[in-house]
Design a protein around this ligand. Structure first.
Ligand SMILES: [Zn+2]
Length: 327
């Protein structure tokens, strides 16, 4: 198994994209969209931004920091293990109009899956995990100050999707939880909420949760535990994206925080095994199926030797005691 991984990494290293190819790709985007864009190649990402350098650099720093936190958790050594042959592409529009143009260019060029453009265009930010790994965002109606948070958050989504990559949907609690967790680890506060059916929509019902310090989040989650009003993980792991509200999202990032602190190697094993056990027949389907529950249960057993009820018990005890650092 290890041998296969080593060979795969060596093979990927041999096909590494030279810098001038990123520049050529950028020129193509610029010619096709006719937008004024700023080009930048950072350690793990490539940027084409309708904002200027000074406005975009905080996003670069946020994405790089979030990715370095992920690397530390997962033992990932290089972006190639996560993104494939090319660094993750980040396309930033100055407005919704620019965002739409960037999405259309990408959709025509890479055609990632049927319905991609229809799915991406109504949102304000969007990750794409297959073919050319990328994420998209724009600075309205969110302000420029929110974009770095979005960047860290989207990196979280992509890490869950891409780790031990398969094209089938990942559990929304893990995807959303990791987005919020990396955002919180990067900034000590979160400004995003894709959950509650409000994907990237600052005017959605989750408005109260916009721009919240991590300490405040923790307090809210602890209150939930004390009142025993938190849903069991067995329930949360079945939820679809639009069924995840603030309470479920709050528990999700906190459970991830707990698992990572408890033992990041065990957490990584849980993630890897879950991908291996995930149902992979037929077309990718976002809906819940019993096999998806089974896959998560088996993976948690492999990783931590827990059932989801045992995870609940352990997590609740830790949360009640103040979510203190686990030495
Ligand atoms: Zn999200």
């Amino acid at each position: 198994m290890l041998k296969i991984r080593v060979i795969a990494i060596v093979a990927l290293t041999l096909v590494v994209t030279p810098a001038q190819d990123y520049k050529a790709e950028f020129e193509e985007i610029r010619a096709s969209t006719k937008l004024r864009l700023w080009f930048h190649e950072s350690e793990n990402f490539v940027w084409a931004s309708g904002l200027n350098a000074a406005q975009t650099r905080p996003c670069v720093r946020a994405a790089e920091k979030a990715f370095s936190i992920w690397k530390d958790i997962s033992g990932t050594e290089s972006w190639r293990e996560m993104w494939g042959r090319k660094k993750c592409l980040v396309l930033i529009g100055k407005s919704k109009g620019e965002y739409r143009k960037l999405i259309r260019w990408y959709g025509r060029k890479h055609d990632p899956y049927p319905g991609f453009q229809q799915a991406a265009i109504p949102n304000n930010y969007f990750p794409n995990q297959n073919k050319r790994v990328a994420f998209f965002m724009h600075s309205r109606p969110l302000d420029v100050k929110t974009l770095p948070y979005v960047a860290a958050h989207e990196v979280g989504h992509l890490c869950v999707w891409r780790f031990s990559w398969n094209q089938y949907f990942v559990p929304p609690w893990l995807e959303e939880g990791m987005g919020l967790y990396l955002e919180a680890k990067t900034f000590n506060r979160t400004r995003c909420f894709c959950f509650g059916g409000a994907y990237g929509d600052a005017s959605g019902s989750a408005e109260k949760l916009f721009d919240i310090a991590w300490g405040k989040w923790k307090e809210t989650v602890r209150k939930m535990v004390r009142k025993r009003s938190d849903k069991q993980m067995k329930t949360i792991l079945r939820l679809r994206h639009n069924q995840i509200g603030a309470a479920e999202a709050g528990k999700s990032w906190s459970v991830i925080d707990f698992m990572v602190q408890r033992d990041k190697k065990k957490f990584t094993r849980f993630m890897r095994q879950m991908k291996a056990y995930w149902p992979q027949k037929g077309a990718p389907r976002p809906d819940f199926r019993p096999e998806k529950q089974k896959a998560q249960e088996r993976a948690l057993k492999d990783g931590f030797d827990w059932t989801f009820d045992e995870l609940d018990t352990e997590w609740r005890a830790w949360a009640k005691k103040g979510m203190k650092k686990i030495e």
